[in-house]
Design a protein around this ligand. Structure first.
Ligand code: FNR
Length: 341
């Protein structure tokens, strides 16, 4: 069942992937026509959770647990190894119950012996199982995903969420590696971020609405596809970043959800993210065009960021966050008014 589910997720995520409009298009930078800067002096490197990266984007959780996933993870590992970006595994939970699935997760480390890898688990996982997931992937850190909407729409999904907070708290207390708590594309409110901070979480990836839509993917897997009206559930990536503003001094905010290009990355960084995750866009280009094209695309993202920093007259991500000015359309302005941002 779970092997099929992984393959269906890959197939449906690719089928539904689109570069259609999302909330990033409702944000604009104020240009700087007289930037006192040379493009060669722009620096897009970032640091979070004690780790430094020359590029501020990463390959977010995708897959594992089937033959197809093994093939994809080998390629993803190679891309991460050659570009030096952080990579998160897909949820390792299936491999905790079935040893035959382990090679598809190990392949990430085999293809990327020296890179930074985070193991992904769900919030139902015990401390012992989380440690096992880290061992399987030889990971440097952990991602714990929150996916209530996905589980509830998933025909065979989880129905009990009352132990999640306690599980996360125990993992945070007992595992001394960098830990990120992430959504899977429905975003996070200020209240959720504050609650996570209160139980000891130091980094969240708000993973918002705008790209891969797991409610739509799970609805497609139902025999009666009756739950389409849930497909807009959640907060967009931009809205979630706005929600995170007050917490940005206290904890690391990472962004993902609907990132299509360097401009979306720059907007996420300007809104306070320390790093930006990409899943759907990478899955699409990797499975259609292969490893080299994916690396080329990442180099293009990097070039776009240097161009944008120059256009804005900022040298670093810190300057981007402090000096650049953003314009929001009316819907986002109303959102800020309603939410007191
Ligand atoms: C995902 N995502 C995901 N997230 C997670 O925490 N654990 C997982 O196992 C998976 N699996 C997965 C499979 C596939 C095929 C896709 C496309 C995505 C969610 C992912 O990490 C990210 O949060 C969302 O996809 C939003 O980002 P994009 O896709 O819009 O860039």
């Amino acid at each position: 069942m779970s092997k099929n589910r992984k393959d269906e997720h890959i197939q449906l995520a690719r089928k539904f992937y689109s570069t259609k409009e999302n909330d990033f298009d409702r944000v604009r930078f104020i240009p700087n026509a007289l930037p006192e800067i040379d493009i060669q002096h722009t620096n897009i490197s970032t640091e979070f959770l004690g780790l430094s990266f020359s590029r501020p984007f990463y390959i977010n959780a995708l897959t594992g647990g089937s033959a197809k996933a093994l093939e994809i993870n080998k390629m993803l590992g190679e891309v991460a190894g050659k570009t030096g970006v952080l990579i998160a595994s897909g949820s390792v939970v299936a491999a905790l119950k079935d040893d035959t699935l382990i090679p598809s997760f190990r392949s990430l480390r085999e293809a990327n012996p020296n890179g930074r890898i985070f193991a992904n688990i769900n919030a139902n996982t015990s401390v012992e199982m989380a440690i096992r997931a880290i061992q399987i992937t030889q990971a440097d850190g952990l991602q714990i995903h929150l996916n209530v909407a996905q589980e509830l729409i998933m025909p065979e999904g989880e129905r009990s969420f009352s132990s999640w907070r306690k599980n996360i708290q125990q993992i945070i207390q007992q595992i001394q590696l960098p830990i990120i708590v992430k959504e899977v594309g429905c975003g996070m409110s200020r209240e959720t971020i504050e609650e996570l901070f209160a139980i000891g979480v130091k980094a969240v990836d708000i993973s918002g609405v705008g790209g891969t839509n797991f409610v739509a993917i799970e609805n497609e897997r139902r025999s009666e596809k009756e739950l389409t009206h849930f497909e807009n559930w959640g907060l967009s990536t931009v809205e979630s970043l706005l929600e995170s503003q007050k917490m940005q001094r206290k904890m690391t905010i990472l962004a993902s959800g609907g990132v299509r290009n360097g401009m979306d990355i720059a907007k996420s960084l300007a809104l306070g993210a320390k790093g930006v995750g990409i899943s759907g866009a990478i899955l699409k280009i990797l499975t259609e065009k292969g490893v080299n094209a994916t690396i080329e695309w990442m180099l293009q993202l990097e070039e776009e960021l240097h161009i944008l920093f120059t256009l804005l007259g900022v040298r670093t991500i810190e300057e981007l966050q402090n000096k650049s000015e953003l314009l929001f359309d009316n819907s986002l302005r109303n959102f800020c008014l309603d939410r007191g941002i």
